[in-house]
Design a protein around this ligand. Structure first.
Ligand code: GDP
Ligand code: IMO
Ligand code: MG
Length: 423
């Protein structure tokens, strides 16, 4: 049985949590393949709003199994807080939530190293969520990391102490002016580790093989967005994992030829949280309006998200990198009330007009070239059928589909599960 992937095509926060929750009804397994608690995936239903960080967004469906893959990095403290927040739902975690033994741990000192590294960068800082993501993946690729499976062995505390010693030496070397209380951070960590060991830790790739053999439907849930990918994103202003389709192969043990649909999710405009290049960023009233109407504040850090027009140059790049087969357009409702809608179709650079992401996107000045469309006044949030959409919104969708050469299968017009229209 084939596996489908769902990935963000921009700089994250496209609405992945919402759509995974909507799609879960048609899947048996929802599997997160990368990232960690830097993610904040929001879903809303029946008047409830939830933000998930490490737990896959299919957790509210009684049938589906949710799996945290080997490619994910887990902070036991944040994980246990998420579990606590889910307590009103009486979820059968033992059977419905599986964690890969190969997933790496985020230690308290990973968070400190993240903070120290950002502090010494000054103005050049990445704008990290400070959840310890970069340092945890560094220990993974440096072959020093601790994995969830290590917690089941008697000597796990010795491993922890060895890594702690190394981290403290690194912190001293970085010599950043950060304040912290490692003792209480460690207390919380040890307490959470005890609780995490009681969860179902599995050889997740084996579970995925068997699920495939048994004909189960699997949906791989991405975190962050393609433009934050460690290789293909706007380096160095990226996260530390493979957020693109290939990440589902390495982060779950899925063979490339088993992947069927690749769902690419994007906002009808663009947002970015943290530092780094953003060619279509707006600093005017239009940008403010997007931020206010779209409630553009980070689900993990609460930071205001930078807002701007849709960037087709970047979107086409993401579609290609991922082999997107179906698009999902989110937050079209946020654009109601704009007289004119703009879409960036090329970049003017010191080397001339281009229609691809340049290597030096982080350092060269880029002026976006826009096409303009008539806006619409109508509130879309109560609309449930395509026929109700205003003509200019339908024209916008048709234009994008043609420009992106990929069908838009879902149009989302609000944060609730129900505000989802299939085409
Ligand atoms: P994720 O990280 O990709 O899961 O996205 P986030 O949850 O960080 O951010 C998306 C935000 O937009 C959340 O607050 C969602 O509740 C909200 N949202 C999702 N889809 C829509 C939509 O179509 N319209 C509006 N207005 N809000 C939406
Ligand atoms: P979801 O899954 C938006 C951004 C941070 C920062 C950069 C590196 O909710 O879409 P990191 O903490 O990984 O070292 O931060 O990446 N970032 C996100 N931006 N959505 C996310 O996740 C993000 N995860 C990380 O703001 O710029
Ligand atoms: Mg988010």
């Amino acid at each position: 049985m084939a596996v489908d992937l769902l990935l963000g095509l921009q700089w994250g926060d496209e609405g992945k949590g919402k759509i995974v929750d909507v799609l879960t009804a048609s899947y048996d397994v929802i599997a997160r393949f990368q990232g960690g608690p830097n993610a904040g995936h929001t879903l809303e239903f029946e008047g409830n709003k939830h933000v998930l960080h490490t737990i896959p967004s299919g957790i509210f469906h009684p049938k589906a199994v949710n799996l945290i893959g080997n490619g994910v990095v887990i902070d036991p403290v944040i994980f246990m807080k998420e579990i606590e927040n889910l307590s009103p739902y009486q979820i059968d975690f033992k059977n419905k939530l599986l964690i890969s033994k190969k997933a790496h741990l985020i230690l308290p000192t990973h968070r400190l190293l993240d903070a120290a590294s950002e502090a010494v960068k000054g103005k050049a800082k990445i704008g990290s969520t400070l959840k310890g993501i970069g340092p945890a993946y560094m220990d993974k690729t440096g072959r020093n990391g601790m994995r969830m499976g290590d917690l089941l062995a008697d000597d796990w505390e010795e491993k922890y102490q060895r890594l702690l010693k190394k981290h403290l030496a690194l912190l001293e070397g970085i010599n950043a002016q950060i304040e912290y209380d490692l003792i209480s951070m460690q207390e919380a960590f040890f307490e959470s580790v005890k609780a995490v060991r009681e969860f179902t830790l599995v050889d997740s790739e084996q579970y995925i093989f068997e699920a495939q053999k048994a004909g189960k439907k699997i949906l791989a849930e991405g975190a962050q967005g393609s433009l934050l990918d460690i290789d293909f994103g706007t380096y160095p202003f990226v996260t530390s994992s493979t957020t693109t389709a290939a990440g589902a192969c390495t982060g779950l043990g899925i063979a490339p030829n088993k992947i069927k649909e690749v769902f690419g999710i994007f906002k009808a405009y663009t947002t970015r949280v943290g530092s780094g290049p953003f060619p279509t960023e707006l600093f005017d009233e239009d940008g403010k309006q997007m931020g206010v109407a779209g409630h553009e504040f980070g689900a993990t850090t609460g930071r205001a998200r930078r807002c701007g027009w849709l960037d087709l140059v970047a979107l086409k790049y993401s579609i290609q990198i991922n082999g997107v087969t179906q698009l999902m357009m989110m937050k079209g409702d946020v654009l109601s009330g704009f007289k004119t809608i703009k879409v960036c179709t090329a970049y003017d650079t010191p080397k001339g007009r281009i229609d691809y992401l340049p290597y030096d996107i982080a350092s060269e000045p880029i002026t976006p070239v826009y096409e303009e469309f008539e806006g619409w006044e109508e509130d879309l949030t109560a609309m449930t059928r395509l026929e109700e959409f205003p003509k200019s919104f339908l024209d916008y969708i048709t234009y994008l589909e043609a420009a992106l050469e990929t069908p838009i299968r879902i149009v989302s017009v609000g944060p609730d599960r129900k505000q989802t229209i299939f085409r």
